[in-house]
Design a protein around this ligand. Structure first.
Ligand SMILES: [Zn+2]
Length: 956
């Protein structure tokens, strides 16, 4: 499953800001995709239940085959459906009972029969807590070991409206009529809502699905239609391969499709009528990526076809159902005239994620959800690796670094980080596993070993793993064994057992800090490992097997990323590198190792000199990571702020995406803390100084044909330039939005987010209303997301209040999945928005808390309050927010830990200000004195514009 980009607009800051220890409700919405999202799992329940029950099914009976027949009249909006399931079971141990899962279904009858025994009725009982459906033989005579039986259950249920299980989705057609469709989302524990079943990932079986529906609708599922049995209004599908329940899927709709075939595997793209012209990109990318993955794994795709469908209402980002992947519309539909390059690249990478699962997760399942990373880690890695194979000119690894690697490093450094392999049992615990550690960290750790052991060994290891465990399920030891075998087969010498090396990363949380100390007399250096926590005062005793390598100034070759050295579960190692004492030394070429590195003071100086004089001698991913590490070290008092800030003065020579994205993240964090400061102007001057050259080069207009990183970089640069108050940025963004409103002059899609946001900061009610109306009228979900984020940029209290109220106005055209995304863009954009959100919730907290109840995700009220606490930077804001929390804390919408985590987050912000504010401001002031004179001489326009910004920036 692909998690949903929760709050993209604060994503950059979130990459740098660490979570508090109380994850639930605060940073757990951010987990956000780059940090995973609360919406990602529809089974989420807030509080773990306090009991010791075993939630696993007994293993005394097992399913072999299911015949599932469902009847739905969804075409007219009917929610009720009926079902009949026949399950062939085998008796492993003699028993009088069969135990299955079901959720929210009414069982009408239960019978059992065998080849030699007539049909008999079973007694039905149900336990709500574990969702166990127990069927007991009335005669109390055992079903004997090694016998086979056919269980028949008839039942009825309702299509859900919270995007989980078998559910209802709607859209408005071209004539303005509401249209309905029924679709499924089963991962992790919702197949049991469509039919009673053994709903655990290792309980594989075959399935024959039959769906009765209106002849005006069509049904699709994992397998092709069985044309010999299908008639109008009744669709029968071919029998599936042996597979887990959670990967089943079916869609009953009036969708339209396009089709292509590559290597004998037909692929179709399904979406609502009117969007057929937006299917081509997903179709072409899907065909290319499936082929590349099959080539890399050297394992054919297992099914006769694969379809992809775009669903109007979808809680996760996408879902890897075997042979029928499903997506949010914005992650599948691409319009070459109106979509952004971000939409285009996202679609390719999310398809790669879901298609990777066709092998990692589907062909080989996880034995239990404890090992969720065994599928999500690979899907994260291959969402880059497969796209890189399909579109090598994109250079995806810079994006891997900013979106996944840095996010993992930031969020995997709390006081008690959870390990990748982490025991879970209940649905609520399983749901909590869909976060940064399982996705971004596991992807980063796998990427590290991919490089350290060479692609040759890694690739063969994956082939071995897939081959050995096909149509079955696996635990991590089977992966380790497969790589160990590959090393042997490739005659590749490894310094320790693969299980010891990789297990040291999967079985303990967090990651190491490498401290590098050079001996400038003899040219050697020593690398010492310790456990890294964002909080410097947290000390834990952990040790890893760490691969590393290095480059230095006289040999600045960053190409070979294989491990040249290891720290094999020992505290330190000395490398006799014979370095020139004038040379900089940089460990971790291309930043593929999953750890942070601190150097001695002299080496930091040499690196900074090197960056300022010849930045291109250092790999762009290392340039980005040097800033990312230095930020984290300075924010936690491990390193002087001057190291980071001196380093950032090289940026006027920088033109690559990853370094600029990292710098933008740092500047956004500083802005969050300093925007209300009396000396804010000194910070803006610094930003203007470093960003002006690239701002003048890129400007605010999209340039057709340029590399997409150029477009991404432009967006980061516009953000920084306007934040710094550079006059032309303020004027041009405002005018561009005005030209749209007054003359209908379109804004290029690729700069929309920045133009709308910065324009709305400076605009009146007419412009605000125009943009709001655009949101109400648009059917393009990616564009709607841009508008939802941008409207929160307004700095006008009245505008923001009306916008906040739209979240609970059920008469407007917001989708339920959108309503809960309105608040974050408002409260994360400064004090006006934060206070307006507090006012809004003070009045409407109950209505807001009711927006998404039951199985539909974390409670939005709880998420909002936790999220808001991350933006509190003064005592007035603190007083207001705590009063609000006090008011709602006993309501059912919020968790019992909310108040503590809100207080923790606020205190963390105050602590941050206490230790960072003065050193930063002092440095900015002395820098501005030094550079100010030269700026006037070298660039009078810049000096003038930065003076003007003072006046302008105070206006919003
Ligand atoms: Zn996934």
């Amino acid at each position: 499953m692909h998690s949903f980009v929760g709050v993209l607009f604060v994503g950059l800051a979130a990459v740098l800001l660490a979570a508090g220890p109380a994850q639930a409700g605060t940073r757990s919405l951010p987990p956000l995709f780059r940090e995973s999202g609360a919406l990602e799992n529809p089974n989420f329940r807030f509080d773990a239940r306090a009991d010791d029950l075993n939630y696993r099914l007994p293993n005394n009976t097992l399913p072999i085959h299911y015949d599932v027949e469902l009847t739905t009249n969804v075409h007219d909006g009917t929610k009720k459906f009926t079902g009949k399931v026949q399950i062939d079971v085998t008796i492993v141990e003699a028993t009088t009972t069969l135990v299955l899962h079901k959720r929210q279904l009414n069982i009408l009858s239960a019978k059992i029969e065998s080849a030699t025994s007539a049909s008999e009725d079973l007694t039905i009982s149900y336990e709500e807590e574990r969702e166990f459906l127990t069927l007991t033989r009335k005669t109390n005579v055992n079903f004997e070991k090694d016998t086979e039986w056919k269980v028949t259950l008839e039942y009825e249920g309702e299509l859900r409206t919270d995007n989980g299980g078998f559910y209802l989705s709607t859209y408005t057609d071209a004539d303005g009529n509401e249209r309905y469709l029924a679709i499924t989302q089963f991962e992790s524990t919702d197949a049991r809502h469509a039919f009673p079943c053994y709903d655990e990932p290792n309980k594989r079986a075959t399935f024959t699905i039959t769906i009765n529906h209106s002849p005006t609708y069509t049904a699709i599922s994992n397998m092709p239609v069985d044309t010999s049995k299908t008639i109008s209004g009744k669709t029968v599908f071919q029998k599936t391969v042996n597979m887990p329940t959670y990967l089943l899927a079916f869609i009953v709709s009036d969708f339209v499709y396009t089709e292509g075939v590559l290597n004998d595997t037909p692929q179709r793209i399904y979406s609502r009528p009117g969007t057929k012209n937006e299917q081509e990109w997903a179709l072409v990318s899907g065909m290319l990526i499936l082929e590349r993955l099959a080539e890399y794994y050297n394992v054919d795709f297992a099914l006769p076809k694969i379809d992809q469908a775009a669903i109007p209402d979808f809680a996760a980002g996408a879902m890897e159902n075997w042979g029928l992947a499903t997506y949010r519309e914005e992650y599948m539909l691409y319009n070459k005239d109106t979509s952004t390059v971000t939409t285009q690249t996202n679609i390719a990478s999310i398809i790669a994620h879901e298609y990777c699962h066709q092998w990692f997760g589907n062909y080989v399942a996880v034995h239990w959800w404890t090992y969720l990373w065994l599928k999500e880690g690979f899907a994260t890695l291959f969402s880059y690796k497969a796209v890189d194979a399909a579109y090598p000119e994109w250079g995806v690894w810079q994006q891997f670094q900013t979106d996944d690697y840095q996010s993992a490093l930031t969020n995997d450094a709390s006081d008690y980080p959870r390990p990748m392999t982490h025991y879970v049992q209940k649905p609520s615990e399983i749901a909590m596993s869909y976060g940064t550690v399982t996705y971004a960290k596991a992807g980063s750790v796998l990427n590290m070993w991919n490089h350290a052991l060479t692609d040759k060994v890694f690739q063969r290891g994956l082939h071995n793993y897939l081959d050995a465990n096909q149509y079955s399920s696996a635990v991590e030891e089977q992966l380790f064994l497969a790589i160990q075998t590959a090393a042997k087969e490739e005659n590749y010498e490894i310094p320790a057992k693969i299980e010891d090396m990789l297990g040291s990363w999967s079985r303990q949380g967090g990651y190491p800090l490498l401290t590098v100390t050079r001996n400038y007399n003899n040219g050697s250096f020593t690398v010492t490992q310790s456990s890294f926590h964002n909080n410097k005062n947290t000390v834990t005793q952990k040790s890893w097997y760490i691969p590393f390598n290095y480059a230095h100034q006289s040999n600045p070759d960053f190409r070979d990323t294989e491990a040249s050295h290891y720290l094999l579960n020992v505290p330190s190692v000395r490398v006799d590198a014979k370095l020139d004492k004038e040379d900089w030394l940089i460990l971790n070429k291309q930043s593929t190792g999953y750890y942070r590195i601190n150097y001695d003071e002299e080496n930091w100086k040499l690196i900074i000199d090197g960056l300022i004089k010849s930045p291109y001698k250092i790999h762009p991913r290392n340039r980005a990571q040097l800033m990312h590490d230095a930020y984290r070290f300075s924010a936690s008092n491990r390193l002087a702020h001057s190291v980071l800030l001196d380093m950032m003065t090289y940026l006027p020579k920088e033109d690559q995406y990853a370094p600029w994205s990292t710098a933008n993240g740092i500047i956004n964090v500083y802005n969050r803390y300093l925007s209300g400061d009396a000396k804010y102007y000194d910070f803006q001057m610094f930003v203007a100084e470093i960003v002006t050259p690239i701002y003048e080069k890129l400007g605010i207009n999209d340039v057709p044909g340029e590399h997409h990183y150029q477009k991404y970089t432009r967006n980061a640069v516009i953000n920084m330039a306007c934040l710094a108050g550079i006059q032309s940025c303020l004027t041009e963004t405002k005018n561009k939005l005005k030209a749209l409103v007054q003359h209908g002059t379109p804004i290029e899609a690729n700069v929309q987010s920045q133009i709308y946001c910065n324009g709305l900061k400076q605009s009146g009610d007419d412009v605000f209303q125009y943009v709001f109306n655009q949101l109400m009228d648009s059917t393009d979900q990616a564009f709607r997301r841009v508008l939802i984020s941008s409207l929160g940029c307004s700095q006008n209290e009245k505008q923001l209040k009306s916008y906040l109220e739209s979240s609970i106005d059920k008469d407007n055209k917001l989708r339920n999945q959108e309503r809960i995304t309105i608040l974050s863009p408002v409260y994360s954009r400064g004090s006006v928005g934060l206070m307006a959100t507090i006012d809004f919730l003070d009045e409407h907290w109950d209505e807001y808390g009711n927006l998404n109840t039951g199985f539909g995700g974390t409670n939005p009220l709880n998420d909002a309050l936790g999220g808001m606490s991350l933006y509190v930077v003064n005592t007035e804001q603190e007083k207001r927010l705590l009063a609000l929390v006090d008011k709602v804390k006993s309501s059912e919408h919020v968790s019992s830990s909310l108040e503590a985590s809100v207080k923790y987050n606020i205190q963390s912000n105050f602590d941050w200000l206490k230790s960072n504010r003065d050193p930063l401001i002092n440095w900015f002031q002395s820098f501005n004195i030094k550079s100010g004179a030269s700026a006037v001489i070298s660039s009078s326009s810049m000096a003038i514009s930065t003076l003007l910004l003072l006046v302008i920036s105070r206006l919003f």
